[in-house]
Structures are given as structure tokens and as C-alpha cells.
Design a protein around this ligand. Structure first.
Ligand code: HEC
Length: 187
């Protein structure tokens, strides 16, 4: 098959796929490829982070991939009991090994203060991009780099994490925030 033809077939497949995932999510308006309409980009080089909506994804994961908003954040803010699910994953997945059991920093930086390694971490999209795809270690405090965690991305740690697990961890991290000032993730 010629390269052009191949691209065309690929495009059509992606359009078909995104139409599918749109029907399941039931909410998104426009969609690029199969990655939902939240156009995630790598913290390393700004290239697209192609995380697909999977049939096995939770409703919350589908909502995030369509809107860039983490639906767990507001739920956990009001319900400390529910937030424990995120804390549990933070420890279980080994995040605490570098960031400390309460996420206030160890070898890795604190995630609960106002000192963001990259300014975009005060948004759901930006924080998700760093956890899912990792960094080059060029953050504000230059304390090394973040690993890649999302199971759909090349080079991910161990078995990797799905979209839902990352969102739960993020929502718990937001409940621990002590930095003061603006909290745009609650808007
Ligand atoms: C091997 C050590 C290590 C592990 C394990 C690790 N991190 Fe990190 N993390 C880092 C380092 C180092 C940085 C700073 C990266 C940079 O500046 O480029 C970072 C940065 C971050 C940031 C941005 C913090 C800020 O203040 O802006 C978040 C969010 C984060 N990590 C979440 C996680 C989560 C969630 C996990 C578990 C799934 C995890 N990390 C596991 C080392 C680690």
C-alpha cells in the first residue's frame, strides 16, 4: 500500500474509533483521533500523548479524556472517606517512595505545596501529562525526572497505570494541598 493510501486508511480508522468512543462517553463534542478531545501533550517535548479511550475505561476516565477535567477532584474534596482510594493507590504504586507517604517530598519534590515543577501542574490536564508521560527532569527544583506511568505509553513503569488510577491519585493529591492561593482544580 502506498504511504498516502495507508495514511488515509489510518485516518478513517481513527475517525471511526473516535465516533465509537464518543457514543460511549455520550458527552464530548469534538474529538481528535482516538485520544478523546482533551489534547494531552508530553511534558518532555510537547508532542501528543496518545492515550486512547478504552472500552474498559470507567465513566470518570472517559469524562476526563473528553473534557480535561478530573471528576474525582470535587468528589474527594467533599468526601475524605472516598479520597482514601487515591491515597491507597499513591502508596501501592510506589509514588510515596520518592514523594513521601504524605506527598510532601523526599527525593522527589513535594506535590502538595505551591512550588510547581511546571506551572501547568495547577491544572488537571498538566498534572496528568506529567504523571502519565513523565518528564526530562527540567522542573523548577531540578530533582531528577519523573518516570512514565501510563500503561498505554512506551517505556512505562512496571505494569503501568490506567487513566482511572492516575485520576484517583491526582484527586487525593489535591485534597492534601497546603500551598494556599488559587486552587483552580476546584473550579
Ligand atoms: C523514582 C522516583 C519517583 C517516583 C517513584 C515517582 N516520582 Fe513523581 N517526580 C519525581 C521527580 C524527580 C519529579 C520532578 C520532575 C521534574 O522536575 O522534571 C517528580 C514530579 C512529580 C509531579 C510534579 C510535582 C510538582 O510539584 O509539580 C507529580 C504530580 C508527580 N511526580 C506524581 C507522581 C505520582 C502520582 C507517582 C506514582 C504514580 C510518582 N510521582 C512517582 C520522582 C518520582
Amino acid at each position: 500500500m502506498s504511504k498516502d493510501k495507508f495514511s488515509l486508511v489510518l485516518m478513517l480508522m481513527l475517525v471511526a474509533l473516535s465516533a465509537c468512543s464518543k457514543k460511549e462517553a455520550g458527552s464530548s463534542t469534538s474529538s481528535t483521533a482516538s485520544s478523546g478531545s482533551c489534547n494531552l501533550v508530553s511534558t518532555k517535548d510537547n508532542s501528543p500523548l496518545l492515550i486512547k479511550v478504552l472500552p474498559t475505561d470507567t465513566a470518570e476516565a472517559k469524562e476526563f479524556l473528553a473534557t480535561c477535567k478530573n471528576p474525582y477532584t470535587k468528589i474527594y474534596a467533599k468526601d475524605a472517606e472516598a479520597a482514601k482510594a487515591g491515597h491507597k493507590q499513591f502508596n501501592f504504586q510506589g509514588c510515596s517512595g520518592c514523594h513521601g507517604g504524605n506527598a510532601n517530598g523526599l527525593m522527589g519534590p513535594s506535590i502538595i505545596d505551591a512550588q510547581w515543577e511546571y506551572p501547568k501542574h495547577n491544572t488537571d490536564k498538566g498534572m496528568f501529562e506529567t504523571i502519565a508521560g513523565g518528564t526530562n527532569g527540567k522542573g523548577a527544583t531540578a530533582r531528577g525526572s519523573m518516570l512514565t506511568w501510563h500503561s498505554q505509553l512506551a517505556g512505562h513503569t512496571g505494569d503501568g497505570l490506567d487513566t482511572d488510577t492516575i485520576l484517583k491519585i491526582m484527586a487525593w493529591l489535591r485534597t492534601q494541598y497546603v500551598g494556599g492561593g488559587e486552587t483552580p482544580w476546584l473550579n
